[in-house]
Write a protein that binds this ligand. Structure first.
Ligand code: SAM
Length: 291
């Protein structure tokens, strides 16, 4: 692929309308995403996925955010080409030479960007991206991903599922407002729970669908997350991610939906209280493009 074909740098006039975190301060978002990646990476014992992905030569990270997953792929597979695509630019920091940024709007991925061609990728990864895609466009995004994969190529999706067992009134109320806001925007707040179904609906495109749900207990008292070290660590990382998210401010969408500074403050107090907790499902889903 010619380097010149890869677009880099900041992009203006990009419609990020469904991305409700869009107006928050970028560096804190990237920092938070880096930390979440490191936590998930620990949980996966340094691997890129729960499943065996073989020896890929071409990766695509759709909705790459800070680029942390792509950077890890680039370091683990120095011979491979990694394309990190997002509607927003990557942070301005040094990147391995085998990683290339491509601006891409998954809601309007045409014309196919140079470097992102059909039937060329061994692995496509999407983490916490479908959470930001409207329900009625998710199928199109999966079909788009299928078109880019080589036959037998792997599609790896990680996303949030349901939150439940709120032991704190502000946590429960904040969650209710958040979910209502997402639904009103046409998004699927339970996307993780529905991924298998979406993929089974495209049985002519995907095979070997595997899904694993990890239930995380988010609590200031780490012991509530269980005795397994990896699960406790992952739960802590997710808890800190959410605390960072709430602490970073109130997005326009959240403010319009009814999140107030007072609710934000009480949520943070509850999340610091060792007698309070909530549970959160995280999904790792993998499948292969049919041969
Ligand atoms: C929560 S972040 C996750 C980032 C990254 N996958 C990770 O796990 O660190 C969601 C990412 O999806 C991107 N995104 C949202 N809507 C998008 C769209 N329509 N097309 C491409 N990227 C999009 C956002 O810009 C953001 O970087």
């Amino acid at each position: 692929m010619a380097e010149a074909e890869i677009h880099t740098g900041p992009h203006s006039n990009v419609n990020t309308g469904y991305y409700f975190l869009r107006e928050q301060e970028k560096m804190s978002e990237w920092d938070r995403l880096d930390r979440l990646h490191n936590g998930i990476n620990n949980f996966l014992e340094g691997k890129l996925a729960l499943v065996d992905i073989g020896e890929p030569l071409k990766f695509l990270d759709l909705g790459c955010g800070s680029g942390a997953w792509a950077v890890q792929a680039a370091s683990m597979y120095p011979q491979a080409c990694i394309i990190a695509a997002d509607i927003k630019p990557l942070p301005d920091r040094p990147l391995p030479s085998n990683i290339h940024y491509q601006m891409l709007d998954l809601l309007n991925p045409i014309p196919l960007a140079q470097g992102i061609q059909e039937d060329t990728f061994d692995v496509i990864h999407m983490r916490l991206v479908l959470y930001h895609i409207p329900r009625n466009r998710i199928r199109n995004v999966l079909i788009f991903a299928a078109s880019l994969l080589k036959p037998s190529g792997s599609l790896l999706i990680e996303d949030a599922g349901k939150w439940f067992d709120f032991q704190g009134p502000a946590m429960a109320f904040y969650h209710k407002v958040h979910i209502e806001m997402l639904i009103a925007k046409g998004l699927d707040p339970l996307i993780g729970e529905h991924l298998e179904e979406y993929l089974h609906d495209e049985a002519d495109k995907f095979q070997n669908i595997q899904a694993k749900c990890v239930c995380l207990t988010l609590a200031a008292d780490h012991e509530r997350a269980g005795t397994a070290h990896d699960l406790r660590n992952f739960s802590d990382v997710m808890h800190n991610t959410l605390r960072g998210l709430v602490q970073s401010g109130i997005s326009q969408d959240h403010a319009a939906a009814g999140i107030t500074p007072q609710l934000q403050q009480t949520w943070l107090e509850e999340s610091n209280d060792p007698n309070r907790w909530s549970s959160h499902n995280w999904w790792f889903v993998a499948c292969q493009k049919v041969e």
